[in-house]
Design a protein around this ligand. Structure first.
Ligand code: PLP
Length: 284
């Protein structure tokens, strides 16, 4: 693979970042994952906007303009001949030359790392036909989940708990209410009504969430942004998650309880189709 580090494109084995980089020592950095379908970037503008916001919240300077980010993404996609897959991008606070809790001077250049992952047939995932099973786990993450930081240890632990339980993902629960999945936003469906937690610092503001809710309203579905409990989710007609890499993925079981028929529901299937159609059309 050809990866990108601080303005250079080079083979992955030659890419190097300092042991003093604050991303490595303190998870002091942010990231974005953009899907590629047919060689084009999905919802690129949405990812740029959120990246800018995450950086601002951490008082980090955005090292590139949106046009420069686009060019870097396109170069990586081309150099790695990605048809379907992902571009991962991370910006960490850089290498102050030593370990210190205080932020280094604001003019320290951040470290930019980008790489691709090839996923042929990404949009034709067989899992979308069968749906995901999830378990619930306590949400004990920090209080700024709206910032897309590389601090992903707890979501990794939750994913491992899911794997050990023989299911696909975990839904995180706080004070009895579902916040989101390990790396996706969570929804339930009752009749024609789609229910998902409102935006706050409790959850990541999903780029896919924003697009899917817009398409749902355009398709005359009713969208209600409110918290829901695990028990309510288990009694829902259907459920699904959204993320930039899984798009819209049906959820068919929660903590061993089948939802409805135990098969993916029509609302999730329809939203997945609309999302993929519309986003392919708008891809850059
Ligand atoms: N929630 C969390 C915790 C995530 O990590 C992600 C994506 O990585 C999402 C939600 C979904 O966000 P997006 O649709 O922008 O990929």
């Amino acid at each position: 693979r050809i990866v990108h580090v601080n303005g250079e494109f080079l083979p992955e084995a030659e890419a190097k970042v300092s042991v003093f980089d604050r991303g490595f020592l303190m998870a002091d950095g942010v990231y974005e994952v953009t899907s590629v379908l047919g060689g084009k970037l999905i919802d690129f503008a949405g990812h740029c906007l959120r990246l800018a916001r995450s950086l601002r919240e951490l008082e980090m300077t955005n090292p590139h303009t949106d046009a420069e980010w686009l060019e870097l993404h396109r170069q990586l996609v081309a150099r790695n001949e990605i048809v379907d897959g992902m571009v991962y991008l991370q910006v960490t606070r850089g290498n102050p030359g030593d370990r210190d809790f205080a932020y280094p001077a604001a003019d320290l250049p951040p470290t930019v790392v980008m790489f691709t992952q090839s996923k042929p047939g990404l949009a034709e995932s067989p899992a979308a036909k069968t749906g995901w099973k999830v378990i619930s786990v306590d949400d004990i993450r920090w209080g700024r989940r709206d910032i897309k930081t590389v601090q992903l240890l707890y979501p990794s632990m939750a994913k491992m708990a899911a794997k050990k339980a023989g299911v696909d993902d975990a839904w995180l629960v706080e004070d009895g209410f579902v916040t989101e999945g390990t790396s996706n936003n969570a929804y339930i469906v009752k009749g024609n009504r789609i229910i998902t937690r409102a935006l706050s610092s409790d959850i990541l503001h999903g780029i896919t969430r924003a697009a899917v809710l817009r398409f749902a309203v355009e398709a005359q579905m009713e969208v209600v942004e409110r918290s829901f409990t695990l028990a309510e989710a288990q009694e829902a007609d259907e459920a699904f998650i959204t993320s930039a890499s899984a798009f819209v993925m049906p959820v068919v079981q929660i903590d061993g309880k089948d939802l409805g028929t135990g098969k993916p529901g029509p609302v999730a299937a329809r939203l997945r189709e609309i999302y993929l159609d519309e986003m392919r059309k708008a891809a850059v």
